[in-house]
Ligand binder design. Structure first.
Ligand code: C2E
Ligand code: CA
Ligand code: CA
Length: 959
């Protein structure tokens, strides 16, 4: 019986015995703490069932009498803890630890599985890619920066890898962000540094594995650990691949093999006609010649690869022994030897990583007790000697065919060699007296061997090709080759009666199986019919995300009730800035929040009906008894829901607006919903809870907003947006030092509109991004014109909404525009608003740094109106601080405030950061700010924002 069968039998009997529960008294409950909880691939709990690497492993190493009780809660008592690292003192849990690591956890560069533009385990796949890394990756109790271990990995290979200002001369760049996964999902980075579990969760593929750690089991109970170690030892002795197969079972999808050559390699292949490869003519099942044709598993593989890549051409030469193939390799006759067998630490030459592993087997004749054994490769020959077969007991033959011949002639009593090869020939020749002796076994590796003639680039091509070989598939092909090596002929002397007699059991079994299949298919069909009915219902009435009501279901239910009962109303909930969650944290997070919010509404709404209309919009139909009761209810809903929102999701900076409308029995409920939503939409840009009850005057406001949204795209196309320029003046010298570009909308029917009317709307619908680039383009055009005309040129600042900061090609886009007009970047200033807060701004540090290194000036706008963090000044490379108009105007500042602002101004001036005061209108205000050392002024005192022509006049007049 094969070893694996023994193992399976043991597992099955273990299972049966534990089910029978033969001896309940000896049963032992082992409380198992799973470190790091439910990590995909490692430990999962779904529909009452456990699965994952840890689970399988624990089940395999357990004693029959053990019963596991799993927990992920560290505060609960436990006997063993699974998944610890050996040397982390801060993570120390038990006094003993298993001596064999239970798993090696990998850290990889993950790319999207829809992007097949890379080869697994090829660092060059990461060239010219932007990789996202976490700020601090919390790895098993310690905070570690994955990016530094990746950087070290690259360094070891002589590849530059850097972030921030290091980026310029790096082949691989990374960006340290707070949540790399979200960045990745939003396509803001090409790949990310993650552990294998996260890679599995987000269906990533590993481009390269750069680090791994070994994890163990720990316990205070030495006996438990010893038992586990013994059992692991036992499993390894009967199936040494158990651990790697188990890891493959869960994680192979991350290491899926794809093959892509880089430009250099493609060019090389194009210029070269073929690569000479040597194969053995008698090394079945790997390679052999039959009826003049080259066959075998490895040759099939190579041929398939050759077909797939038209530029890869191999020329085969066959040799009858490894020795001859090696000679050819050394003489340059061939570049690669395809089949090279060696055992670890003992390979002769320059070899590729192995594409297959095998055991060395010793096959001895069961009747012959004395005599020599035959080896057919130098490695196994040496190996035989190393395990006690002296010079006189092992003979080296040229190849296995020779060895078999000697055995058949009675000159040797057995053979030593790789088990796949031996099994093939034993089966083919029907040598059933040869039995595998289990006592000694060692792994041999199959690989390619390179000759001295092969260039490093050919080698890398071959390495990539090796990575294409799937060991599991190869195993299957090898098995089928071995089975097919000898096929007894069934057709001769065929008689039906004999056949039936001989195969009665098989026939009955086949019959039963067919019946089972028919029954199964019938039930699948019935099940599908039912399911598609249910699916049709679900699609209409069940919201796919929340599993709650859809709008249709809501209308159906509420219309019915409202017809019969009075006093119903509809509250419409809209989460403001919800879009930010999606853009900043990814849609998955967005979906998660939506489901939580929906559930909260349902739990609040006792005598009400809830539905999600779409996106982040919810409606609740509420019953009330009188007006007072109604307002109370509304207050209750809005406040409770808002409190929930900000306490559950404090980082998302979202708020809530609600619209309310009374339902009437004569109106369809969809009209009530419309009214409620219109009321909500009037509450533009609010913070905190806000609700508004619908009345008729509201309809007008709504029309205004929808008109703007209706007109905006067309306005951009027909150049209705204009830049006005407001001069910035040095009040001491009366010289013009710069200007700010401010948008105006020259609306065909409404006249000149100020940004106050439309900017918020553009920000809320994202149109602002296009508009900002448009104004920036006008600014560049203007400066180009001034340069061409030989007039004085000053720096012009443009406003950029925070929406830009999320896109990493922001800087590239700016460069494109500026360079198109050949405007030196020093004339361009980017105004970022300080209300973003320091935390928000520092998140964008990378972008701000690259803006600055691209030569743009950077101004912080509206300083003093919001958080006024001085950290900004030394953490970010800013060039200008714009003091908000309130600074010049607010005369009743406290001494503290005044001196704080003064020291900020002084710090700036000392450190070459320009200060400019905005909104200075009067002489008093001017005198005040001058007395505070602010000499640069932007305000009506000097000039309002001016159309381009007037601005040029003003500027020229100042000369
Ligand atoms: P801001 O960036 O703070 O621009 C300064 C605003 O103050 C301008 O209003 C300007 O006309 C006004 N101002 C300047 N001096 C005085 C003064 O002495 N007294 C008074 N009362 N006001 C003064 P404006 O042009 O209406 O722009 C309002 C806001 O709209 C800007 O505030 C800026 O946040 C935004 N904005 C304007 N253009 C753009 C743009 O192209 N893109 C983006 N994203 N936002 C823009
Ligand atoms: Ca501004
Ligand atoms: Ca401002």
């Amino acid at each position: 019986m094969r070893k694996i069968h023994v193992f399976l039998l043991i597992l099955i009997s273990t299972f049966i015995f534990s089910c029978l529960n033969v001896d309940a008294s000896s049963e032992k409950i082992i409380n198992v703490l799973i470190q790091n909880g439910n990590e995909k691939g490692y430990f999962e709990y779904k529909d009452g069932e456990y699965s994952g690497y840890y689970y399988d492993y624990l089940m395999a190493v357990k004693k029959d009498s053990w019963q596991y009780n799993f927990t992920t809660d560290k505060t609960k008592p436990y006997d063993i803890v699974v998944g610890t690292i050996s040397n982390a003192e801060n993570n120390k849990t038990g006094d003993y630890q298993t001596k064999y690591p239970i798993v090696s956890k990998d850290y990889i560069v993950g790319f999207s599985n829809t992007n097949y533009d890379f080869t697994v385990n090829d660092i060059t796949s990461c060239y010219n890619k932007l990789i996202g890394a976490g700020m601090n990756d919390y790895i098993y109790g310690t905070t570690t920066a994955l990016n530094s271990s990746f950087k070290d990995f690259c360094k070891n290979q002589g590849i530059n890898c850097g972030s921030g200002s290091d980026r310029n001369n790096s082949k691989i760049t990374y960006s340290v962000v707070d949540d790399p996964i979200e960045y990745f999902l939003e396509d803001m980075v090409d790949g990310i540094l993650v552990d294998d579990s996260k890679a599995l969760e987000y269906e990533l593929l590993s481009a390269v594995k750069f680090s791994s750690i070994s994890l163990y089991i720990e316990s205070k109970n030495k006996d438990l650990i010893d038992t586990i170690d013994n059992n692991v030892n036992f499993i390894n002795s009967i199936d040494s691949d158990y651990i790697s197969t188990l890891k493959n079972k869960y994680f192979s999808s991350i290491y899926q093999r794809t093959l892509k050559f880089n430009d250099e390699e493609l060019e090389y292949m194009q210029g070269r006609s073929e690569i000479n490869v040597g194969v053995l003519s008698c090394s079945a099942p790997f390679s052999y010649v039959e009826n003049g044709q080259l066959k075998g598993v490895i040759t099939n593989y190579i041929k398939r690869i050759e077909e797939k890549f038209e530029n890869v051409n191999f020329k085969y030469k066959t040799y009858d022994s490894i020795e001859n193939a090696r000679k050819a390799l050394l003489s340059g006759e061939i570049d690669i030897n395809l089949v090279n067998v060696y055992y670890i630490g003992n390979s002769n030459g320059d070899v590729s990583s192995s594409y297959y592993k095998d055991k060395i087997g010793i096959y001895l004749d069961k009747h012959e007790k004395n005599g020599k054994i035959a080896a057919f490769s130098e490695h196994t020959f040496e190996y035989a000697k190393s395990i006690g077969y002296g010079d006189n007991s092992v003979i080296l033959f040229k190849n296995i065919e020779e060895a078999i011949k000697e055995y058949k002639n009675g000159n040797v009593r057995g053979i030593i060699g790789a088990t796949s090869i031996c099994s093939y020939y034993i089966n083919k020749e029907q040598l059933f007296n040869l039995e595998l002796s289990l006592t000694k076994s060692e792994t041999v590796y199959y690989s390619f061997e390179y000759g001295s003639t092969i260039s490093s680039i050919s080698k890398s091509i071959i390495t990539k090709i090796t990575s294409q070989i799937d060991e599991q598939l190869m195993k299957n092909e090898i098995t089928s080759e071995i089975i097919n090596a000898y096929t007894p002929s069934l057709v001769e002397n065929f008689r039906l009666k004999d056949f039936i007699n001989k195969y009665a059991i098989v026939l009955v079994t086949v019959f039963v199986i067919i019946i089972c299949i028919i029954v199964f298919l019938a039930s699948v069909i019935l099940f599908n019919i039912n399911r598609s009915r249910k699916k049709a219902y679900d699609e209409i009435y069940v919201d796919h995300l929340t599993k709650g009501n859809t709008l249709k279901k809501f209308l159906l239910d509420v219309n019915k009730i409202v017809k019969d009962e009075e006093n119903w109303s509809v509250i419409y909930f809209d989460i403001i800035n919800f879009k930010n969650i999606n853009t900043m944290f990814g849609e998955k997070t967005g979906d998660y929040v939506i489901v939580k919010l929906y559930n909260k509404l349902v739990s609040m709404a006792l005598d009400s009906i809830v539905a999600r209309i779409y996106a982040d919009r919810f409606v609740v139909a509420v019953k009330y008894s009188n007006e007072k009761n109604y307002i109370e209810k509304l207050d209750y809903y809005a406040k409770l829901f808002y409190r929930y929102l900000i306490s559950e999701f404090p980082d998302f900076n979202v708020s809530l607006r609600c619209g309310v409308a009374y339902a009437s029995s004569s109106e369809d409920i969809s009209i009530t919903i419309d009214h409620a939503s219109q009321a909500a939409h009037i509450l533009n840009k609010t913070t905190g809870v806000n609700y508004l009850v619908f009345d008729d005057t509201m309809a007008l406001e709504i029309i205004k907003k929808s008109e703007i949204e209706r007109d905006m795209e067309k306005a951009l196309a027909s150049k209705e947006f204009e830049a006005f320029y407001q001069p910035k003046v040095n009040a001491l010298t009366n010289e013009i030092v710069g200007a700010e570009a401010l948008i105006r909308w020259n609306h065909p029917t409404k006249g000149l509109l100020s940004p106050g009317v439309f900017i918020d709307i553009f920000e809320s619908n994202g149109f602002i991004v296009d508009v900002d680039f448009y104004i920036f383009t006008l600014v560049c055009k203007h400066i180009r014109n001034e340069l061409d005309e030989g007039r004085k040129v000053v720096t012009i600042s443009s406003n950029f909404s925070r929406a830009h900061m999320m896109s990493y090609n922001f800087v590239t886009k700016l460069n494109e525009i500026a360079d198109k007009f050949e405007v030196p970047h020093k004339y361009l200033e980017i105004e970022l608003t300080e209300t973003m807060s320091f935390d928000a701004l520092s998140q964008y540090k990378d972008v701000i740094v690259s803006l600055r290194s691209a030569g743009y000036k950077i101004a912080i706008d509206d300083f003093g109106s919001g958080y006024s963090s001085i950290q900004l000044l030394y953490n970010l490379p800013i060039t200008t601080l714009k003091l908000d108009a309130t600074y010049a105007r607010k005369t009743n500042k406290s001494d503290f405030e005044d001196s704080l602002m003064q020291s900020i101004i002084d710090i700036c001036l000392k450190n070459d950061i320009d200060i400019i005061c905005e909104g200075v209108e009067t002489k008093e205000q001017l005198d005040y700010v001058l007395s505070r050392n602010c000499t640069n002024i932007q305000g009506y005192y000097f000039s309002r924002p001016l159309p381009e022509i007037e601005y040029i006049k003003y500027k020229e007049g100042k000369k």
